[in-house]
Design a binder for this molecule. Structure first.
Ligand code: ZN
Length: 251
């Protein structure tokens, strides 16, 4: 195969590989995994807050329970005294009754508060259960997504392998001096991986600059292994077949 045609093939295959690598890097599963990781962090943080809150509510509930118990004991003592028959004076009995009533009332209020904290504990426990279920689902989804990513990568890698083999085959027909330069230019970011360009009708196929007639005629009559660069974009110029048609001749 003529070197110029082989280099064109190498270029085309390399661009195909670049596109595949870009596709591999941009596989939607990657974004999905990033989203799932963010969701997992969000859930874990919410769970930690929930546990912390539950601890505080739990302490509050214990506090209410102790106060309810103290008041119940106190009310019982007052009632015992009230019905013991030791207090006889009417005024004193009335005062005692009032104290029992007030103590039982406060006990009732504290019991209501305790009940509210118990309901809050139930709510936080249910939230914790929901959170852990959602977290498990995230793990399941992430696992399935990782499998999907691995499969998609394997398919692309297979294609890349085939392209690499074909590329290597065509490279054998390109003089090493040109290959070295081609590979060097492939590494230049500004060229976007396109290191070689066809020179047709005196125009660079990549940047479209038109070469001066003398320069064009000199280049196209050089032997195949002589390097030619585009004066503007510096890509390796691939001369179309000299003598392929007089239409190519620029005068
Ligand atoms: Zn150019």
């Amino acid at each position: 195969m003529p070197p110029r045609i082989a280099l064109l093939d190498v270029q085309a295959l390399d661009l195909e590989r670049d596109a595949l690598l870009a596709r591999r890097a941009a596989l939607p599963e990657r974004q999905r995994l990033r989203d799932l990781a963010a969701r997992a962090t969000e859930l874990d943080q919410a769970h930690a807050r929930c546990l912390q809150e539950r601890g505080a509510v739990n302490r509050q509930e214990r506090d209410w329970a102790n106060q309810v118990e103290d008041l119940a004991v106190k009310a019982q003592e007052l009632e015992d005294k009230l019905y013991s028959g030791t207090v006889k004076a009417t005024k004193e009995l009335e005062a005692l009754q009032e104290e029992v009533r007030g103590t039982r009332e406060r006990q009732g209020e504290f019991e209501s508060s305790q009940m509210e904290t118990l309901e809050e504990i139930d709510r936080l426990d249910a939230e914790g259960v929901d959170n852990r279920k959602a977290r498990e689902q995230v793990d399941t989804d992430a696992s399935a997504t990782r499998d999907g990513l691995a499969r998609a990568e394997a398919l692309i890698d297979e294609e890349l392998g085939v392209l690499a083999g074909r590329c290597e085959h065509h490279r054998q027909d390109v003089p090493s001096t040109i290959l070295v330069e081609y590979d060097r230019l492939r590494g230049k970011e500004r060229l976007g991986g396109r290191a070689a360009a066809e020179l047709a009708g005196g125009t660079c196929g990549a940047c479209r600059v038109r070469l001066p007639v003398i320069e064009y005629n000199r280049i196209r009559n050089e032997p195949d292994d002589v390097l030619a660069h585009c004066p503007r974009c510096s890509r390796v110029l691939i001369r179309m077949q000299p003598g392929a048609g007089t239409a190519e001749e620029v005068t």
